[in-house]
Ligand binder design. Sequence first.
Ligand code: DX5
Ligand code: ZN
Length: 217
Amino acid sequence: MNYLSPSILAADFSKLDAEISAATDAGANWIHLDVMDGAFVPNISFGIPVIKSLRKVTDALFDVHLMINEPIRYIEAFADAGADLITIHYEACEDVVATVDAIHALGKKAGVAISPDTDVAVVKELIPQCEMILIMSVYPGFGGQKYIEATYEKIEAVRGMMIEASKPNMYLEVDGGIDSNNIDKVKDAGANVFVAGSSVFRGDIGANVRELYAIIG
Ligand code: DX5
Ligand code: ZN
């Protein structure tokens, strides 16, 4: 199964309910929520109260991407707010496995993200521990950036590690700069969860979701 995870960072924040509905009505069943703390990344987005409010308006899977330092401090708050899958950054945790364990202890799925400068080899021992690996295809912090071409090789490498670890269908999410021109190549490299912000929320949201889903199947 392949999933599109529209990132609301690119949505109109004055009408999040309507914009999320436009995406889910067109078939999106994941929503990507980018949380930024102004410290791990040079930007601040939104946090716990916004996620809690949005939880009331949709049943879509909440794919919460925490771009915050030492996220272990806030796992419980995000779980309570309605996150279904919580992704933390490898670079932001003193103890990645303890953070993943904290997510599991609250009955949520756990993902581990790596930023573009992190050696892909670090995920090998994390694959048995979690449900998703997120490969950043831009530097985290902002929507609307250009996809980094060197990401394809990393996706192939991580899918290979997943196969080797007997988790061939594990979630492998790619985030940043994905659009209708490159999503097929991201898929061919081995991704099965595709974050799309600008390419979903700029223009006709429903048509954009349908176009991207038509490619990923
Ligand atoms: C970047 C965020 C991304 C971003 C994607 O820090 O993690 O999820 O919103 O936006 P686009 O698709 O516009 O690159
Ligand atoms: Zn993200």
